[in-house]
Design a protein around this ligand. Structure first.
Ligand SMILES: [Zn+2]
Length: 288
């Protein structure tokens, strides 16, 4: 049993609907709970509809979409963005909301320029494409927030050698790009990698599976819970609020990810390389 009980909330925003509807819903849930969170925003085009092409290629993805009730979670319009409907900008279209997240005591970090294309095309792309992707995303971040981000969280926890080479050129305070049980230094970057060690609600089947997340918290320690604006800021908002209350009953203090990264940077962490692996409840391989 560890006496230290700290929980970080890593909230990813992947779609226009997540930004427009999920973020305000989460801001009010967080303020009712009185806890801070770290938002990782996608800034560029919402090409979610291109997932339809992916479905045709990957039956596993199709099953995930059906099992997790994706149309209910993400909305029909989202399913057409980038195909029949023009891809709208995500956080770039909401600079006021980006600043409001910070004004309400939370952190805003960089998740993506084009989230969908990173997921679909990254393995085939070289340094130059990755550098363009970061340059576009970081300039949109700075336009909206007026400063640079501290951290990067890779879309869909997906990395490649080219991605690591390119991202290591930017001055991140820490990274949060993988799923792993404990923090480490990501080889090739020299940065603290703060993995999402807990499963997300979507992976454990929503409210019914929330007990699994709480039981992972029962022995104490430092943990990072991955949250999606589209999910916990949508139909599973109640389950998210219940989980925050459960964590508080277990004696957890919720801290921003930058604070957790600073605590860990003062400790000796092992250096590790990432590997891609298929995790339970996910359609695609993640960096671990
Ligand atoms: Zn994401």
């Amino acid at each position: 049993m560890s006496a230290e009980r700290i929980l970080g909330l890593k909230i990813d925003v992947d779609t226009r609907r997540g930004m427009e509807e999920g973020v305000p819903a989460l801001l009010s849930a967080l303020s009712s709970a009185g806890v801070p969170a770290t938002f990782f925003l996608s800034f560029g085009p919402d090409n979610s509809g291109k997932a339809v092409y992916r479905m045709l290629r990957s039956p596993r993805f199709l099953f995930k979409m059906i099992r997790t009730n994706a149309p209910g979670l993400y909305g029909m319009k989202t399913a057409l963005y980038g195909t029949l409907l023009q891809a709208p900008m995500i956080a770039k279209a909401f600079p006021g909301l980006c600043r409001e997240i910070e004004a309400r005591g939370h952190e805003v970090e960089f998740h993506a320029w084009d989230h969908r294309t990173w997921q679909d095309a990254l393995p085939r792309k070289g340094d130059r494409w990755v550098r363009d992707w970061f340059d576009q995303g970081l300039s949109a971040y700075r336009e909206c927030l007026g400063h640079s981000p501290r951290a990067f969280g890779a879309p869909a926890w997906m990395l490649t050698g080219a991605a690591v080479t390119v991202l290591s050129a930017y001055p991140w305070e820490y990274l949060s790009c993988t799923r792993a049980p404990t923090p480490f230094l990501l080889k090739g970057t020299g940065k603290v990698e703060l993995p999402s060690d807990l499963p997300c609600l979507e992976e454990v089947g929503g409210a019914r599976g929330a007990g699994r997340i709480l039981s992972a918290l029962s022995s104490g320690g430092i943990h990072v819970l991955p949250v999606h604006a589209e999910v916990e800021g949508g139909i599973w908002r109640g389950a998210f609020t219940d989980m925050l209350q459960g964590a508080s009953r277990l004696g957890y203090r919720v801290a921003p990810l930058s604070e957790i990264a600073r605590i860990l940077a003062a400790r000796t962490l092992p250096e590790r390389v990432f590997a891609m692996a298929l995790l339970p409840g996910r359609a695609c391989r993640c960096a671990v």
